[in-house]
Write a protein that binds this ligand. Structure first.
Ligand code: TEU
Ligand code: CA
Length: 539
């Protein structure tokens, strides 16, 4: 397999609204990110994935873009953005921007034009349909990701427009060549600003064929991605990572095998979807099941071939990793390290979501009014109107609401956790006095330094990057054990992902390279709760 520098690199995801405020308005911003670049440099990451900072009415915190080539004033100016790109580059850090291709804001000039009249040249930039005799939307009428219908009637022209997310996020019509061209121009403009590439939001939705009732992984997807790659990404060696909720090892190979000329890598969500209830999705989530997790892991690791995927536990849409897959209580630290060791010992580029490197946890705000996320608030009001009990709804929000990931970054035990001099836009997690970067930096054995060690190890030990994957003990309910082989090199990863001791016997010797319970002499023996070790089995 042809080797790429970003195969052994680590990406750090920043949610700008919650990372670092620099001007005391309680909201994170770009100068705040610049002020924390030395910290990220010390951690050792090579790429920053920056969630949207474009001009936006912020109906969905920036995933509703009203101008792709302007920066939202609350995050700063274009000069600030160019300063960030320059300051990061000076520290060997590349920036990838978050690009929302599937939809724009309804405040975007294109949509304002499009909704103004049926004859407007931008009309077909979006997807319009006439009401039927009863004034209803088309037959094909799925529920939006944020609740309600995917069709909204627009009084101005008396037609319905399509939106898979909020009505403030109308879907673009990617069948229209002018839409493709306009987006290619925007992509190339940003690449000329010196960024290294893009995270592509819900990219598997742009190839849809609504009249055939196909949304994800639609008939036009691959052609659109190949075109975009030829026109934009390939000529400038841009890195691209697609958010692909519909991905399977088969479709992932089609989108990421180098010879396909589509994407560099993608996020697949099978380990997240395993937690979702068949009918109620994440709002009545199922407990983490290690055996099911191992089954999907083995399949992806063995079937991705020369395709490439991202390795992640969390992001700005998902609950905190240690709360979902680890242990929030007595074993928060060892479990956070165990999750990191698994992530960094797998085939795929690791993505750290801000705060994971200090083991930040989920939050439980007292009242629904303390929540800010459009998906969460829509869900709450929809279920209340359907008679769900308050407690039942809040339990779902506590476990899988997106605001769990969006509480301010916990830099110190001082006021507002060092995030801002003012009251933050969303509440802090009360545990910031115990869990913060300042604390982690003074503790030689902290989760932070474990991440630092793993980031460096992946750059120097190719078996973790390119080694063949072998699962051991697939049916063990406590232990996750796998091997990586590359030429003469071999690594063994042993993790007890339970709160009870577990016994493991192995016929062979190995040197501990990374561990979270002190230095183990023997591979065989008892593993403490959430104990994890990466062994070098030598040649
Ligand atoms: O997310 C896509 C998406 O499907 C998730 O929002 C999903 O519905 C859910 O929240 C996960 O449990 C992307 C962005 O990451 C998200 O922040 C945006 O809200 C969404 O697209 C629309 O742009
Ligand atoms: Ca600010």
């Amino acid at each position: 397999m042809s080797q790429q520098w970003w195969h052994s690199a680590t990406v750090y995801q920043i949610y700008p609204r919650s990372f670092q405020d620099s001007n005391g308005d309680g909201m994170g911003d770009i100068p705040g990110i610049i002020s924390r670049l030395d910290y990220l440099c010390k951690l050792g990451i090579s790429i920053i994935w920056l969630c949207p900072v474009y001009a936006s009415p912020m109906a969905d915190n920036g995933y509703d873009i009203s101008d792709y080539c302007a920066i939202a004033p609350e995050f700063g100016s274009m000069e600030d953005m160019q300063a960030l790109i320059k300051a990061a580059k000076a520290r060997g850090i590349h920036i990838i921007m978050d690009l929302v291709l599937n939809h724009t804001s309804d405040q975007h000039e294109w949509f304002q034009q499009s909704r103004s009249s049926k004859q407007n040249p931008y009309r077909d930039f979006y997807i319009w349909r006439q009401p039927d005799e009863q004034g209803q939307p088309p037959q094909f009428n799925p529920t939006s990701y944020f609740g309600g219908s995917m069709w909204t009637l627009d009084e101005q022209t008396g037609e319905y427009y399509f939106h898979q997310f909020a009505s403030a996020q109308p879907d673009l019509n990617w069948r229209h060549p002018d839409v493709q061209q306009a987006m290619h121009k925007i992509i190339n403009w940003w690449l000329q600003q010196g960024i290294a590439g893009f995270r592509l939001d819900v990219v598997d939705l742009i190839g849809k064929d609504i009249d055939a009732g196909i949304l994800a992984n639609g008939p036009h997807l691959h052609k659109l991605l190949q075109n975009m790659n030829q026109q934009c990404f390939a000529p400038q060696q841009a890195i691209t990572v697609g958010e692909v909720w519909s991905a399977t090892p088969e479709t992932a190979k089609l989108m990421t095998r180098p010879e396909r000329g589509e994407l560099s890598m993608l996020f697949q969500f099978e380990h997240i979807l395993q937690l979702h209830h068949p009918e109620h999705g994440k709002w009545r989530a199922r407990p983490f099941n290690l055996i099911a997790f191992k089954q999907q892991l083995e399949r992806w690791q063995q079937q991705i071939g020369n395709g490439w995927i991202a390795q992640f536990w969390g992001n700005h849409d998902l609950p905190r990793a240690v709360s979902t897959f680890g242990h929030e209580g007595d074993y928060r630290e060892p479990s956070a390290k165990a999750l990191a060791m698994i992530q960094f010992a797998l085939k795929g580029t690791p993505y750290i979501y801000q705060g994971e490197e200090i083991g930040m946890t989920n939050v439980q705000f007292e009242h629904i009014d303390d929540y800010r996320d459009i998906e969460t608030l829509n869900h709450y009001h929809e279920k209340r109107s359907q008679g769900w009990a308050e407690e039942d709804i809040m339990t779902g929000i506590f476990r899988h609401g997106r605001d769990n990931a969006r509480t301010p970054m916990q830099w110190s035990a001082s006021a507002h956790a060092g995030f801002s001099k003012a009251e933050p836009w969303i509440g802090l997690n009360d545990n910031f006095q115990q869990i913060n970067v300042g604390q982690a930096l003074v503790e030689p054995d902290s989760i932070l330094y474990c991440y630092q060690q793993l980031i460096a190890l992946r750059k120097t030990w190719p078996v973790l990057v390119y080694g063949e994957f072998f699962m051991l003990l697939p049916d063990d309910p406590q232990l996750l054990v796998f091997k990586r082989h590359l030429a003469e090199e071999a690594a063994l990863v042993v993790v007890n992902l339970s709160a009870e001791p577990a016994a493991f016997s192995y016929n062979g010797h190995g040197e501990q390279v990374v561990g979270n319970y002190g230095n183990r002499q023997q591979i065989s023996g008892h593993y403490q709760p959430y104990e994890a070790v990466i062994f070098d089995l030598g040649d």
